[in-house]
Design a protein around this ligand. Sequence first.
Ligand SMILES: Cc1cc2nc3c(=O)[nH]c(=O)nc-3n(C[C@H](O)[C@H](O)[C@H](O)COP(=O)(O)O)c2cc1C
Length: 206
Amino acid sequence: MAQKHIFIALTGASGSMYGLRLTEQLCLNDFQVTFTASCSGTAVCREETGLDLSGDLDKALQRLYAHLEINSGITLVHPDDLFCGAASGSSAPDAMVICPCSMGTLARVAGGVSGNLIERSADVMLKERRPLLLVPRETPLSDIHLENMLRRCPHSTAGRIQFWTWLILSSGKYWISSGSRTTSTSGGVRNNPEPANSDAKKTIFY
Ligand SMILES: Cc1cc2nc3c(=O)[nH]c(=O)nc-3n(C[C@H](O)[C@H](O)[C@H](O)COP(=O)(O)O)c2cc1C
């Protein structure tokens, strides 16, 4: 089966470790991962984890590998690189996750503002009807935040967001599979068909 391609974007909300852990788990499960971080995402990530993703992309990638417990599998792209494949419907990834997602990025995605690679790729995922998952974080939430969540982001309902947040934080082991999207209506995850000789506890469908 062809490797599934997931685009992960880290933006300037608290909780950068969620995005990093998701990246690590996808790489460990043989997904093809493209990773980017907004300017604010980079700054908050450095503040929260000590990981510096700014500057030269190759050096940032080495620091990312050193921080995560993996040694290959990530393509790091600049958040303004609109020539990246993820910015085009003809080469869109299989799924995109913005984790964590700032209220600013959420608003711009909901408003269709394709001002950088993250926003443009999210726009592409929506128009191509591919899975787009936002993991927003803010507290308290204003009515503007809530309206933006409901506007045009069908995959960012509160239930799914919390489910994924729990999933990423959990220390359990997961078997990630390319199940049909139509089977994922119960929130993207369902209990096993447990694979033989595996200690996996859940199957993640997307
Ligand atoms: C330390 C720190 C923590 C922040 N936490 C949040 C947060 O949890 N949620 C949020 O929406 N914005 C948060 N912000 C503000 C965003 O980083 C800011 O609105 C930024 O412009 C978002 O840019 P981006 O969407 O391009 O990443 C935080 C900023 C800093 C410096």
